[in-house]
Unconditional design. Structure first.
Length: 223
């Protein structure tokens, strides 16, 4: 896989190092000569650095965007990340565009209109993980992807949940919902149709569509 990482901060460098170490070809693009000079000298397998503004077409071309399978816009500026995403998708047809959301108030803009396939909002993700740790009987969003058309949610089953002591196949989940994992007493249970849910289980569900209320009814109860 060929990847272009726009933004050479700590997030961009970490992503690049991880991808490079697993055999992928990675280019890190950053507008700061100082950052490129400082980190570009380090010999990281599969990773090379380019200096320039990722919001400029010529710079993206020089960085090899036309041959990329994925581009990640992870600068500390939401406006830059949106512009990079739009250019990558509309001008170069990059198959996969991932964008970092710095300000949670801007998350609504990170969608297919701006060329974003997957947006990652660190504040929202952390909030979801905190809620997941303390909220019982609530549906918590962990991650949205595929341009907002799909999401990963979690519910910690309360004693009063209508799903407790029942097999997954018997719960009547909508077709657009799939239980992908169950966390039970510090271990991961791979779910099957005959898997029986227990109180205290952390049930992780993939939703394809706006079916939150239907899933809540199955796992939490209520009208």
């Amino acid at each position: 896989m060929k990847a272009l990482i726009v933004g050479g901060g700590s997030v961009g460098r970490f992503i690049a190092a991880q991808l490079g170490s697993t055999g992928h070809e990675v280019v890190v693009l950053d507008s700061s000569p100082t950052v490129v000079s400082r980190y570009g000298r380090a010999e990281v397998s599969g990773v090379r650095w380019e200096q320039g503004d990722g919001c400029e077409l010529g710079v993206l071309v020089r960085s090899g965007v036309e041959n990329c399978d994925v581009i990640a816009a992870v600068t500390g500026d939401d406006e830059d990340n949106l512009v990079v995403s739009l250019l990558a998708k509309q001008e170069f047809g990059v198959p996969r565009v991932v964008a970092r959301v710095n300000n949670p108030n801007n998350e609504w803009m990170f969608n297919e209109m701006w060329g974003v396939d997957v947006s990652v909002s660190t504040p929202h993700l952390i909030t979801g993980l905190v809620q997941e740790a303390v909220d019982v009987g609530s549906l918590v969003r962990l991650l949205s992807f595929e341009r907002g058309k799909a999401k990963l949610v979690e519910v910690t089953l309360a004693e009063t949940s209508p799903a407790v002591d029942r097999e997954i196949v018997a719960l009547g989940f909508p077709r657009e919902a799939t239980v992908v994992a169950i966390l039970r007493r510090d271990r991961v249970v791979v779910p099957h149709g005959d898997t029986v849910l227990r109180a205290g289980d952390e049930v992780i569900v993939l939703l394809a569509g706006d079916i939150d209320d239907e899933v809540k009814k199955v796992l939490i109860g209520g009208g």
